[in-house]
Design a protein around this ligand. Structure first.
Ligand SMILES: NC(=O)c1ccc[n+]([C@@H]2O[C@H](COP(=O)([O-])OP(=O)(O)OC[C@H]3O[C@@H](n4cnc5c(N)ncnc54)[C@H](OP(=O)(O)O)[C@@H]3O)[C@@H](O)[C@H]2O)c1
Length: 297
């Protein structure tokens, strides 16, 4: 850890899957003092017992954020999970305003790969506009453009194994899937060491297509699973049949469209540049997740 960069190191969304891994990374590197912000501090009593300053904070309730960010420091804003366009941006706007008010010295933010105006991803605008708000503050920042989590394949993978084929609307496109664990390592590193203002592409070591994923799943399952490209409408219909709402199916299927159109086809070495360790490949991740994919050890 740098001797010159001082905390406190503040992590929002600290009870989430990413936030909790970021905190563990920071603890492992001896980062102190640490502030964990969450809507549910009662869930983080164990962290408090380990010496972390756990504070309540809800981006949708700006009145909570003054106390949450009091004293300033270096702040990781973990994007919220509101899928309805505009809601996430409004929440992030509150967080950024409160950070500025508190005199935060560096902001790291978990954004999205290629959040351009033309991105098919339904909530890309929320990330694009959050990035713009952060830039407007003039506070040094690290934008972490996280690609799709490889962990998402642990949801579609078992379905594919059960169905005997991988169905997706991703065409021949590729995505730089990255594990949530690598996103957490990169975010911790950005919080500890980021200087100036940079945009990082947080991806796996190579972009992979669905034919590649189907081949890896075949290896894991011990049977041949072809990739069957389908239309977005067919994918939405299947998702709705599986119990998703039309709205959520529309959001999830927009990831496939983004892959098909090349928006997710990014592979960088930014994880290694930030952390000193290469990102895990999709193949290594899926092979290590055999029990989650097949239900067998
Ligand atoms: N790259 C990808 O493929 C991918 C996939 C899924 C999600 N994401 C994004 O990455 C984020 C972290 O992922 P994850 O896997 O950790 O998701 P998760 O386990 O579902 O966590 C959701 C996170 O959102 C925070 N949050 C929700 N509403 C909030 C609010 N009003 N104020 C402050 N924080 C709020 C939660 O914090 P508390 O509950 O502790 O308050 C929690 O950290 C997600 O929220 C989403 O923006 C990316």
């Amino acid at each position: 850890m740098s001797n010159t960069i001082k905390g406190p190191f503040i992590v929002t969304g600290a009870s989430g899957q990413l936030g909790s891994q970021v905190i563990e990374n920071l603890l492992a590197q001896g980062a102190a003092p640490l502030v964990a912000i969450t809507r549910t501090p009662e869930k983080l009593a164990a962290l408090q017992a380990r010496g972390i300053d756990v504070r309540a904070g809800d981006f949708n309730d700006p009145a909570t954020l003054g106390a949450a960010f009091a004293g300033g420091g270096r702040l990781l804003i973990i994007s919220t999970d509101d899928l309805e366009p505009g809601k996430r941006l409004a929440a992030h706007r509150n967080a950024i305003a409160a950070a500025q008010e508190a005199g935060v010295s560096h902001i790291a933010y978990t954004s999205l790969t290629n959040p351009d105006e033309s991105s098919p991803i339904t909530f890309a605008a929320d990330h694009r506009e959050t990035e713009a708000l952060i830039k407007q503050t003039g506070i040094p920042h690290t934008i972490l453009r996280n690609c799709l989590y490889a962990d998402l394949l642990l949801m579609s993978g078992p379905q594919a194994i059960g169905a005997g084929a991988l169905y997706a609307a991703a065409g021949e496109g590729k995505a730089g899937y990255v594990t949530r664990a690598d996103c957490a390592r990169a975010a911790a590193a950005a919080l500890l060491t980021g200087t100036g203002s940079t945009v990082r592409d947080i991806t796996g070591p190579a972009a992979v297509g669905h034919a590649d994923i189907a081949a890896i799943l075949s290896e894991v399952a011990g049977k041949e699973l072809p990739y069957v490209p389908i239309t977005r409408d067919a994918l939405v219909e299947a998702m709705v049949k599986n119990g998703l709402t039309e709205f959520v199916a529309d959001v999830f299927s927009s990831f496939d469209v983004a892959i098909a159109k090349g928006y997710m086809d990014v592979a960088s070495d930014d994880v290694e540049a930030l952390t000193g360790q290469k990102a895990q490949s999709v193949r290594d991740f899926l092979l290590a997740s055999k029990s989650a994919l097949t239900g067998q050890a």
